[in-house]
Write a protein that binds this ligand. Structure first.
Ligand code: COI
Length: 336
């Protein structure tokens, strides 16, 4: 199959090459997909995209006109793709539904540790030969209550890790999850009111958008630690900033940011600051922001590449195997 892969970063190439084994003829380009770059898909069967590519109706119309039959995104999230328009054109759409829950969960823990033990400040001071430790007091995670929002693969993995640290782990999910071992399932209110640390592992949907906002923050313990490695818009960032100012939120660890599109994954060091909300957040000592890197482990990158190529293999063989090939043209199918 002929494909073009957009938004390819240099580090992805070795993983894709290993996964592809020269089976498919894939053109790798660093440009993001948008209205101006869609023309690179001419003569291809498939496009391979990433979360910072833009696939609204206008771009999908263009891809369809160029004869594109398949779109696969190298991510779990498909919020950047207009699924209805793809379906309308009979374009098959796929994602990488689960590549490494451990990678994401471990990054959530890394953010929690770094915030608690003030590692960024400690390291900054040490690099300036300041070895005082007066302002570096943290707390033991052991014995604290950790609330996991979302008990999918990643949430469960985060629960396992926090539980291994001696935390009491509680979790919320809209579905009843059977056979939970590291975590007790509780109501959302119970989680909000009793957690010392809240880690978010939910997809972004109409129901979860702004789940963290002033009225839900008001239910939380004063000084709660909030970690988000899922999607930025699960949090109303302006509300969270206010809560940081009053001390209602004591620590904030973000790997995703509500307005990250067009900002994350690129170096803006020399640009003038346009996002004042982000600038305000970054001024706080008790905030850590990482650039959507939770998935960045060698294992996760290989899995993303393997699953991406597998989708091309299956489409080429006209296969819909198990749940690994749910197609956008099947009504109500989950994108997998
Ligand atoms: C996703 O998989 O949806 C992510 O957010 C990580 C990604 C940018 C590969």
């Amino acid at each position: 199959m002929k494909a073009v892969a957009y938004s390819i970063r240099p580090f992805e190439k070795e993983f894709l090459a290993k996964a592809n084994q020269k089976k498919h003829d894939i053109t790798l380009i660093s440009n993001p997909l948008n209205f101006d770059t869609a023309a690179y898909a001419a003569g291809k069967d498939a496009v391979i995209v990433f979360t910072n590519d833009d696939l609204p109706a206008t771009v999908i119309d263009q891809l369809a006109a160029l004869g594109i039959k398949y779109i696969v995104t190298r991510s779990v999230g498909i919020g950047h793709i207009d699924k209805e328009t793809a379906t309308k054109h009979g374009i098959r759409l796929s994602n990488v539904p689960s590549y490494s829950p451990k990678a994401i969960a471990e990054h959530a823990i890394a953010l929690a540790f770094a915030l608690n033990r003030k590692l960024v400040k400690a390291d900054h001071n040490a690099h300036h030969f300041n070895f005082r430790n007066d302002d570096l007091i943290g707390f033991n995670f052991a014995g604290k209550t950790v609330g996991i929002l979302g008990l999918g693969h990643t949430g469960i993995e985060a629960a396992r890790l926090f539980s291994g640290m001696g935390c009491k782990v509680i979790g919320y999910d809209e579905k009843v999850i059977e056979d939970l071992t590291f975590v007790s399932q509780v109501s959302l209110d119970n989680l909000f009111t009793t957690s010392d640390v809240i880690s978010i592992h939910l997809p972004l949907t109409d129901a979860t958008r702004y789940l963290i906002r002033t009225d839900t923050i008001n239910k939380m313990k004063k000084g709660v630690m909030l970690i988000n490695t899922s999607r930025g818009a699960l949090i109303n960032t302006a509300d969270v900033l206010k809560a940081l100012a009053t001390g209602a939120i004591g620590y904030l660890g973000l790997d995703v940011y509500e307005f990250e599109k067009g900002l994350f994954f690129e170096d803006h060091e020399n640009d003038s600051v346009k996002d004042h909300l982000l600038a305000d957040l970054l001024r706080q000592d008790n905030v850590i922001i990482t650039p959507h890197q939770a998935y960045l482990t060698r294992e996760a990158l290989q899995e993303i590449a393997d699953q991406t190529i597998k989708k091309l293999d299956m489409w080429q063989q006209n296969q819909c195997v198990g749940d690994a090939c749910a197609c956008a043209d099947k009504q109500n199918s989950t994108i997998l």
